[in-house]
Write a protein that binds this ligand. Structure first.
Ligand SMILES: [Zn+2]
Length: 124
């Protein structure tokens, strides 16, 4: 009793429908998981996996602050590092300023470039 029509209608599974839509971007085709059901499309999944996980956040934040500090030190010299007078800073502000900060003549003489090109401080 089957009636044949030609050409046959397109198979239903290929037609666009809401339940095939990505629930995140509503643009691409969702991933169908046998257990979890409809999952966001590959693109949304990729984007989500790039976001920091809540548990990782503190680490991420401290890393970015560290990075910011590093950037900061590239431009602005610090007066000293652990009491060692920074010559680069003294070059900028002058010996008198170093004296104002309480550095002795001896310390001023033995001033070194303590930050420039020295990364170990940040790894401690
Ligand atoms: Zn999507």
């Amino acid at each position: 009793m089957a009636s044949f029509s030609y050409p046959p209608p397109p198979p239903k599974k290929l037609s666009w429908s809401k339940d095939r839509e990505c629930p995140s971007c509503h643009h691409r085709i969702a991933i169908r998981h046998p257990i979890y059901g409809i999952l966001p499309c590959k693109e949304c999944k990729r984007r989500q996996s790039q976001l920091p996980k809540p548990g990782k956040l503190p680490e991420f934040t401290s890393e970015s602050i560290k990075q910011q500090r590093k950037e900061f030190h590239k431009d602005i010299e610090q007066p000293h590092r652990a009491g060692q007078l920074n010559k680069a800073w003294m070059d900028e502000v002058g010996e008198q300023q170093a004296k104002n900060w309480g550095f002795s003549d001896k310390e001023i003489k033995s001033a070194k470039y303590v930050y420039r090109g020295d990364d170990t401080y940040y790894k401690e």
